[in-house]
Design a protein around this ligand. Structure first.
Ligand SMILES: *[C@@H]1O[C@H](CO)[C@@H](O)[C@H](O)[C@H]1NC(C)=O
Ligand SMILES: *[C@@H]1O[C@H](CO)[C@@H](O)[C@H](O)[C@H]1NC(C)=O
Ligand SMILES: *[C@@H]1O[C@H](CO)[C@@H](O)[C@H](O)[C@H]1NC(C)=O
Ligand SMILES: *[C@@H]1O[C@H](CO)[C@@H](O)[C@H](O)[C@H]1NC(C)=O
Ligand SMILES: *[C@@H]1O[C@H](CO)[C@@H](O)[C@H](O)[C@H]1NC(C)=O
Ligand SMILES: *[C@@H]1O[C@H](CO)[C@@H](O)[C@H](O)[C@H]1NC(C)=O
Ligand SMILES: *[C@@H]1O[C@H](CO)[C@@H](O)[C@H](O)[C@H]1NC(C)=O
Ligand SMILES: *[C@@H]1O[C@H](CO)[C@@H](O)[C@H](O)[C@H]1NC(C)=O
Ligand SMILES: *[C@@H]1O[C@H](CO)[C@@H](O)[C@H](O)[C@H]1NC(C)=O
Length: 833
């Protein structure tokens, strides 16, 4: 096949006519033939069929498209113009040879011309502008819109293989794009950065310049088209609802719809996640995000609930970060007042004057404190008997304090009064029962049966609580009232309350008990004077006299007691670096009976100490270390030399004083991290600590070790004595853990230096206080200076695109100039015909 320029074609047609193209390999006898012809390219000769006598010419029919033909006399198959693949891909002709009389000699034969595609069509978007909406915090990589372009070239070739890309977006406040496009499908989605930073409050519209290239975008000769995509950023639908208030003890039919959440993505699966571990969480969420309370709540059982709602896709992956839901259970008045006692008993002496306080009725209400729901009112509803008059008593409405109204009570009129006190809150009523006992006046004093109980002997090691004697007095007043109950007390002879006397309220007898340990050596004998009194005051004119007193002598008997230490505890402070065999302190014990004693140690688990068994001197036995144990406690045992069973123990406590013998470290209580992606310049506080005592680390200095280009990536600046800022020097950090070599110095004596490798995570943050989780921080939008920079950058890019297009045009023009015009060739061909 010959492919020729117009001029060559013209010459060749003439040549072929004159020379009959005898010598050309493109000649041959008439038969079925296929040809492949690249589209475009202008007029050309494809073949010459040879005439075989008696044939004198060829006849051609079929899909000539007006430009394909065979010159009848010469048999030259030519195309007078350009074929177009996009218009017709295959042209089928039938050719036969005929003799003088026009009768067919051979044929018809099929001549088929296949048109081959060349990349002559640029891709075209099917819209002139695209509009899209994206929600704040949408998942990175999740498409929210598509652009679509077509290319008319042969789809089985690279000519129609399209690749999409985002050239730019305006504005672009970060060094990374907020959007990304799938180069094959044209799906546009937020980038990681976009998912994090898109915020309609900051910027609600973006213009993306999306370009599409054919040739799969692989060669620079590919055709390119571009289109504007206008993206509106909308607020995230996924927002925690405001605190939900639910009235307790609701009578509505449950479950009750209380709130709603909505994911930014359709088709997610909602769920509830407990925050506090409860036996049962009375909330549920429906398929479409409605939140329900499943049963009536009880504020008195639990007044707030907190839980999370989550949204997952069908693979179980979290779509959005969990939202925290707060529920407050509101009080309603659903609790009646409750009497503190089923029956309140109050004693009133006959001689009690009118107006006196005689007691209080106590009631409670479980509803919310300090609200009207729990405000109580007291009121006397009835008095039984109403004799001699009604309204003998008065109750203070808000406090429940009972008083006598006007007159004293008289036991002969009634010994008991029954009161019904009505206690109300704003809704409920409760009756509290009160019994008022009218008791005799206290005009009799207790009188001891014996005015002298003689003497008793008690061993000094008697256990505390033992009863050593029973005593008894009698009282002539009304039994089982405060006028006759007897209180026994030691009036003289027991300054340290070694004894205590209890009364049996039934029998009014007194039990003398040991209250504190006796000691023969300090106090061998007690001369006790004991009095007997009533809890109710005596009436005027009656007084306690000597008949209400008795005496008792207690002899303490000696027993062999264990040795005793001079002090209840021994403490001392030593420097942690003292040498072995240093005298730490001396303990001292004595035996009450004067025996010799010997000392030993117990609980010296670190084997740090030894004791001189004769003198009680304590020495160090091995080096001490404050950082192992700052307060070291052992027991010293002392025993009688002749009776080892008689022994006592005391604690010896050693406080170790610090010396600077520990290297400074970075505090690792909280992991150091930055949220990916970083924009450069973020900083965080790091803290140095030191196992040595506070005193020594009042000052640390921080610096970066000169290695692993640490100083290109990081910067450390002093914050205060214990803290420093670690900041990022640029934005090109990957999502991984970095080792930051840091040199720490303390200011102890001697000063110590330490090199540590701080692990710093660059990680994606979501909602709580770790890498996982969202840290509330300022989005860094560009300053005016940066914005101008971005603008300049954009202008330069546009300039480059325009310049490129211009060069391409010039290039094409030049190529076209070297081809003569098709029109001229057509004219020549016409003359031929
Ligand atoms: C563009 O193409 C896409 C994908 O085929 C189609 O969904 C969309 O409707 C088209 N738009 C127009 C305006 O034809
Ligand atoms: C298109 O994207 C795929 C991965 O998504 C990548 O492997 C390929 O190189 C990209 N093609 C072009 C032309 O950028
Ligand atoms: C709910 O209120 C009714 C009266 O309104 C009361 O009888 C019931 O005890 C209350 N339930 C709870 C759990 O408080
Ligand atoms: C549930 O309540 C929310 C408002 O709290 C409302 O938007 C939603 O439509 C309700 N759902 C149903 C099923 O009634
Ligand atoms: C009885 O003894 C106690 C204790 O010493 C004393 O407080 C009280 O006043 C005495 N009572 C009389 C009436 O002496
Ligand atoms: C009472 O206690 C003091 C101080 O503890 C003591 O000196 C005194 O001997 C004690 N007296 C008696 C009688 O126990
Ligand atoms: C003490 O008083 C009572 C009467 O209250 C009397 O019987 C008794 O004799 C008096 N005792 C002395 C020692 O005066
Ligand atoms: C240094 O600053 C940190 C953080 O504000 C603070 O917790 C710490 O107490 C400060 N240290 C000193 C020595 O002031
Ligand atoms: C070639 O085409 C042109 C215009 O399309 C026509 O004028 C001319 O006659 C044709 N020549 C031949 C040889 O068919």
């Amino acid at each position: 096949m010959l492919k020729l320029s117009g001029l060559q074609f013209l010459l060749l047609i003439h040549l072929a006519i004159w020379l009959n193209l005898e010598g050309l390999s493109v000649t041959g006898p008439l038969k079925d033939m296929d040809f492949s012809v690249q589209e475009g390219g202008g007029p050309r000769i494809l073949h010459q069929f040879k005439l075989e006598s008696p044939a004198v010419s060829f006849r051609t029919s079929g899909e000539k498209a007006g430009i394909i033909d065979i010159e009848p006399r010469t048999g030259i198959l030519y195309i007078n113009g350009s074929l177009d693949w996009e218009t017709k891909k295959v042209h089928k002709l039938q050719v036969e040879s005929v003799d003088e009389s026009g009768k067919r000699v051979k044929g018809p034969y099929a001549v088929t011309i296949y048109v081959e595609d060349i990349n002559d069509n640029p891709p075209e978007f099917n819209q002139t502008k695209y509009y899209g909406v994206v929600r704040q915090n949408s998942r990175p990589g999740k498409p929210f819109m598509y652009v679509h372009a077509t290319d008319r070239d042969d789809p089985t070739t690279l000519h129609a293989q399209l690749s999409y890309s985002i050239l730019h977006h305006f504005p672009n406040p970060y060094d990374e794009m907020l959007f990304q496009i799938d180069n094959a499908t044209g799906a546009i989605s937020p980038s990681r950065k976009g998912s994090y930073y898109l915020d309609p409050q900051k910027q609600d519209t973006f213009i993306l310049v999306v370009s599409v290239k054919d040739m799969a975008g692989t060669t620079t000769n590919a055709f390119t088209s571009s289109v504007d995509v206008i993206i509106t950023v909308k607020e995230s639908l996924w927002k925690a609802p405001p605190t939900i208030h639910i009235k307790e003890n609701s009578t509505q039919v449950h479950p009750v719809n209380i709130s709603k959440v909505q994911s930014n993505e359709p088709g997610v699966i909602y769920g509830i996640l407990e925050k506090e571990k409860l036996p049962r969480l009375p909330f549920s969420i429906s398929e479409n995000g409605d939140i329900y309370v499943t049963q009536p709540l009880d504020r008195e059982e639990r007044d707030t609930y907190t839980f999370f709602v989550v949204s997952k896709d069908n693979t179980g992956e979290l779509v959005d970060k969990p939202l925290q839901i707060h529920v407050i259970v509101e009080d309603i008045n659903d609790n009646p007042p409750v009497c503190q006692q089923d029956l309140t008993v109050i004693e009133v002496q006959e001689n009690e004057k009118g107006g006196s306080n005689i007691g209080t009725v106590f009631a409670t209400d479980m509803d919310k404190k300090d609200t009207l729901n729990s405000r109580l009112h007291f009121q006397i509803q009835s008095q039984e008997p109403e004799f001699p008059v009604q309204n003998l008593f008065y109750i203070q409405q808000d406090t429940g304090t009972l008083q006598l109204t006007g007159r004293s009570l008289n036991k002969r009129e009634s010994a008991k009064y029954f009161l019904k006190v009505l206690v109300t809150d704003s809704k409920f009523k409760t009756i509290c029962d009160v019994e008022v006992h009218v008791i005799d006046i206290n005009d009799q004093i207790p009188i001891f049966k014996n005015s002298d109980y003689g003497s008793i002997a008690v061993a000094e090691d008697i256990s505390i609580g033992s009863v050593i004697l029973e005593i008894e007095a009698t009282d002539g007043d009304e039994p089982a009232t405060g006028s006759s109950l007897i209180i026994y007390q030691v009036k003289e002879g027991d300054p340290n309350n070694t004894f205590i006397i209890e009364t049996d309220s039934e029998t009014n007898r007194g039990f003398i008990r040991i209250n504190k340990a006796l000691d023969f050596e300090t106090m061998p004998v007690y001369n006790l004077v004991i009095n007997a009194t009533n809890p109710e005051p005596l009436v005027e004119g009656v007084q306690y006299n000597s008949s209400s007193l008795t005496v008792l002598r207690v002899f303490v008997t000696n027993v062999d007691e264990p040795p005793a230490f001079r002090k209840p505890i021994y403490r001392t402070e030593v420097s942690e670096d003292i040498p072995v065999n240093t005298l730490v302190m001396m303990v001292e014990a004595y035996d009450p009976e004067g025996d010799s004693v010997r000392y030993s140690l117990e609980g010296d688990v670190r084997k740090w100490l030894r004791i001189d068994s004769a003198t009680g001197q304590v020495y160090t036995a091995s080096p001490l270390d404050r950082e192992t144990e700052e307060i070291y406690s052992v027991e010293v045992v002392v025993s009688e030399l002749n009776n080892a069973a008689q022994k006592s123990k005391v604690f010896l406590i050693l406080h170790l004083r610090d010396v600077n013998d520990n290297y400074p470290q970075i505090a690792t209580d909280y992991p150091t991290f930055f949220c990916y992606p970083v924009s450069g310049g973020e900083r965080t506080l790091i803290q140095a600590t030191d196992a040595d005592e506070q005193f020594f680390y009042s000052k640390f200095t921080f610096s970066l070790a000169n290695e692993m280009n640490a100083r290109n990536n990081w910067e450390i600046s002093k914050f205060n004595a214990t803290h420093a800022y670690l900041s990022l020097k640029h934005a090109n950090f990957e999502e991984k853990v970095y080792d930051v070599p840091i040199i720490l110095n303390d200011n102890g004596k001697p000063p110590l230096e330490n090199k540590v490798n701080l692990k710093v995570s660059i990680c994606k943050c979501s909602s709580e206080n770790s890498c996982f989780i969202d840290i509330d921080r300022e989005h860094s939008w560009p300053t005016v200076g940066q914005a101008i920079g971005i603008l300049l950058g954009v202008l330069i890019i546009i300039g480059a695109i325009v310049a490129g297009a211009f060069c391409h045009m010039r290039y094409k023009e030049k190529n076209e100039k070297s081809n003569p015009k098709d029109a001229k060739d057509d004219a020549e061909l016409n003359r031929l015909a």
